[in-house]
Design a protein around this ligand. Structure first.
Ligand SMILES: *Cc1c(COP(=O)(O)O)cnc(C)c1O
Length: 384
């Protein structure tokens, strides 16, 4: 963030507010770890892993150093690597695709649904009917913005083709699909605890969850040098462990995650009511799912002028994400996409805008954002 810019009156996100809201408990948890003398894995990590697995309703949770590592390690636990195709989306954080490549596999990008921006199952089916060269190995949908992807159709397709289903839950801690938590549907699911996520650490962190105990064993090995027992590397592992200080902080923050998600949903409802009728597209909500609104994303052609007007009013906003992965400099021209291309993804990128949303955001601040957007359209020339 540019140092010469004044702090925004209403930021788009505010991880510090999440810390301050529970400062006493978090400071005590950090002090407890420092006093324990145990600074790698150990009880703090195990107890958070157990709490998180219990929260999701899964059998195993394995803490790792980041969400990106979680995806790489999940793929490697399935022995997916060189020559294997992993079907995912381009409308995501670059981390999703970067992790697939780090595992040595080949990402195949399929387009998203225009309403929810999650993987379009028809496009996945089409891509599998005429796959590029390689062995189709996994489907990796992203529950983007906190909204579950169309899991029933994606699961059916994964089963029909004998593919692993690996969920990218980095934005969807606590979201439900047909009453069950996302992360409990796939063979494996990957979470990030990046500070601004719905469940955020005060630093980096990630988690892989699974109901399969053989996969859990592989995950434990991979995150720590491939050790099956200390100093005996049974597989070619890496070093990617969840830090115990972060685990202790996350244990505190997990308790307030349901309330935080409920507050995000209340903010989303308030935006929906206040923005209805304006010439912009409000977030779609999938029936039979509960959206936890990691982001509240509107869509309009005049995205950049609105963004500037909000900034002038001291209101932050974000774009998630401004450039699809396949158009990023490191990836452009060399990634494989599905047969019908990525038109929905490409048309969305210049029009999407993420409004301020985080649990500590007040109703008054939400109303000021709504009023600024209304004011923008009142001043704008009439559109046909
Ligand atoms: C944040 C995020 C990641 C990466 O998580 P890190 O912890 O930053 O490595 C992966 N996928 C999605 C969809 C994300 O939002």
């Amino acid at each position: 963030m540019a140092a010469d810019r004044p702090a925004l009156a209403i930021p788009q996100t505010d991880p510090r507010a999440g810390y301050l809201a529970q400062r006493t408990a978090i400071d005590a948890a950090i002090a407890r770890v420092l006093d324990s003398g145990s600074y790698i894995l150990g009880r703090e990590v195990e107890s958070f892993e157990a709490a998180f697995a219990n929260f999701l309703g899964v059998a195993h949770a394995v803490g790792v150093a980041s969400g990106t590592d979680a995806i790489e390690i999940a793929l490697r636990a399935c022995e997916i690597g060189s020559g294997d195709l992993v079907f995912t989306v381009s409308h995501t954080a670059v981390a999703t695709v970067a992790a697939i490549e780090r595992a040595g596999a080949t990402p195949v990008l399929v387009d998203v649904e225009p309403g929810t921006y999650t993987m379009a199952s028809r496009e996945l089916a089409r891509a599998l009917e005429t796959p590029p060269s390689g062995r189709p190995a996994a489907v990796l949908p992203v529950h983007i913005y906190g909204q579950p992807a169309e899991l029933s159709a994606l699961t059916d397709i994964a089963c029909a083709y004998g593919l692993r289903l690996i969920e990218d839950c980095a934005q969807s801690h606590g979201a439900l699909y047909r009453g069950a938590a996302v992360g409990s549907f796939g063979d494996l699911a990957c979470f990030s605890f990046y500070p601004t996520k719905n469940l955020g650490a005060l630093g980096d962190g990630g988690m892989v969850v699974t109901n399969d105990s053989a996969l859990a064993t592989a995950l434990h090995e991979l995150r720590e040098y491939g050790w099956r027992e200390r100093y005996v590397s049974a597989s070619r592992g890496i070093n990617s462990r969840l830090d115990p200080i972060q685990a202790a902080i996350l244990g505190i923050k997990l308790r307030s995650l349901p309330a935080g998600n409920a507050r995000r949903q209340a903010i989303a409802d308030r935006y929906d009511a206040g923005l209805r009728g304006l010439p912009l597209v409000l977030p779609a909500r999938r029936p039979q799912a509960s959206h936890v609104f990691h982001q509240y994303v509107i869509r309009l052609a005049a995205r950049d002028p609105l963004r500037e007007a909000l900034r002038a009013a001291g209101i932050g906003s974000g774009v998630h994400y401004p450039v699809p992965v396949h158009q990023q400099p490191a990836y452009s021209g060399r990634l494989t996409c599905g047969p019908s291309g990525l038109g929905v993804t490409e048309r969305a990128a210049p029009q999407i805008l993420s409004l301020p949303i985080f649990p500590e955001l007040s109703d008054d601040a939400v109303d000021r954002v709504i009023a600024s957007i209304q004011g923008f359209f009142d001043r704008a020339p009439l559109q046909c």
